[in-house]
Design a protein around this ligand. Structure first.
Ligand code: GAL
Length: 417
């Protein structure tokens, strides 16, 4: 970065972290009075979580104004392109949301983010996080983000009253779902509601997981599973069958309205992560009465995980305040304020379980259960970097039109780079 603002201010961060090192921001300079945090938590079910975290941050950091730079849009698809422009223009926020895992790889390679190992040591975080999560966020021995939660991708949401009226119980395989879909369609309901392109990818990863099993699914991303082999091709064809039972011709604008169709009675099921729990509660619904959930078909006892985390960009205008924001994200009080509102379980293992009720009580127990198989989400950044995900997006857009599984598989392999 040479003499860019990013490079100069990065040196300033070093001086703050290691007093007496010289260079960068003068020690006498006034402390940061503001922190600009970039996320995509602007919609119902997401902003409540962010607000709870910000309120806890304010308790510990009187005098630092929170500048909310959230850009609306599920899974950050819109936010990410806004952020990319800002980072390319050397105009970073003080901290930005990113998924733990491969999604961060490009930003690390481009030198956009600071290594936070020193903060991890100072806060004794390493032994407070599950080993698998630490592994997912460690790149060449360095750690560039602070995870605030664990979400589960592989869930199937339903309205218990609607299912009772249809005399159905949630399917345990995708083949069961296809059988049920005929009954549901005959009664005039959409079997499975769907939203924008990322929700189709979300469905795809969970059909693959349900059909292939945890091990084979995990190896799709590490090279051990042959995308063009018969098992994957069969699962991809099944995905087209499932998609044909959705309202993809008139998709919902985002994940919340796709869930609305389920609770309001237009659709029987929706495959979505557990941020749905937070959203459905904002609609005043009570778990098991107004809405129910099971693992998506074929994925019982598997946790297809993702983790929201925050970074310290190089050249952050307020690195001192950004560091305090990260401390908040990694703290017990921050995680226990945020996660009960967000529909996620804490990334830390030492938080107060009594704060997690309803759906989340079961999620906390299942996440902690040594018998639970953990795999990583494609759509939400864990298993593939941004370039591969972009290639998969393009291939999927073609696949949902032409239904050509072999062509899709070839494109996915070619896109790995
Ligand atoms: C995920 C994110 C979740 C939730 C969801 C829907 O990518 O990790 O926190 O916000 O998108 O927007």
């Amino acid at each position: 970065m040479g003499v860019s603002r990013r490079g100069l201010l990065a040196a300033g961060l070093g001086a703050l972290a290691l007093p007496g090192c010289g260079g960068g921001k003068a020690a006498t300079e006034a402390p940061d009075r503001k922190v600009e945090v970039f996320s995509w938590w602007a919609g119902p079910g997401e902003k409540e979580g962010l607000e709870a975290l910000v309120a806890d941050f304010a308790k510990h950091n009187a005098g630092i104004a929170f500048d909310n730079a959230a850009v609306a849009g599920g899974a950050g698809t819109i936010a990410r392109s806004v952020l990319t422009t800002r980072l390319q223009n050397d105009d970073p926020p003080d901290s930005y949301q990113i998924h733990a895992g491969r999604e961060l790889a490009d930003d690390i390679r481009r030198g956009y983010v600071e290594d936070l190992r020193e903060l991890y040591t100072e806060q004794s975080w390493l032994d407070k996080l599950p080993a698998g999560l630490v592994q997912a966020i460690t790149v060449d021995g360095a750690i560039y983000c602070v995870p605030v939660n664990i979400h589960r991708s592989n869930l199937l949401w339903y309205n218990p009253k609607i299912l009772a009226g249809l005399d159905l119980t949630p399917p345990s395989t995708w083949a069961d779902f296809l059988t049920q879909a005929d009954t549901i369609a005959r009664r005039g309901l959409t079997p499975l509601s769907i939203g924008p392109a990322w929700t189709q990818k979300h469905l795809l990863e969970n059909v693959l997981l349900g059909q292939l099993g945890a091990q084979t699914y995990a190896e799709l991303w590490t090279g051990g599973t042959d995308w063009e082999g018969p098992a994957v091709l069969a699962a991809l064809r099944l995905f087209t069958e499932v998609l044909a039972r959705t309202d993809a011709a008139t998709p919902a604008g985002d994940w919340q309205p796709a869930l609305d169709k389920v609770v309001d009675g237009g659709a029987a099921y929706n495959c979505m992560g557990d941020w749905a729990d937070a959203y459905l509660r904002t609609r005043g619904l009570v778990f098991t009465e107004g809405y129910g959930v099971v693992a998506s078909p074929g994925t019982d006892r598997v946790y297809n995980f993702l983790s929201d985390s925050f970074t310290l960009p190089k050249g952050a205008p307020h690195p001192g305040a950004a560091r305090k924001w990260l401390v908040e994200c990694g703290s017990v009080s921050g995680q226990d304020a945020f996660n009960p509102q967000k529909g996620s379980v804490p990334a830390r293992t030492d938080t107060d379980r009594s704060k997690y009720t309803g759906y989340l009580a079961a999620a906390v127990a299942e996440w902690a259960d040594a018998g639970t198989r953990v795999v990583g989400s494609l759509t939400h950044g864990v298993v593939a970097d941004a370039a591969w995900n972009t290639a998969i997006d393009a291939a999927l857009a073609a696949f949902v039109q032409d239904g050509d599984a072999a062509r899709f598989a070839r494109a996915v392999v070619a896109g790995r780079g």
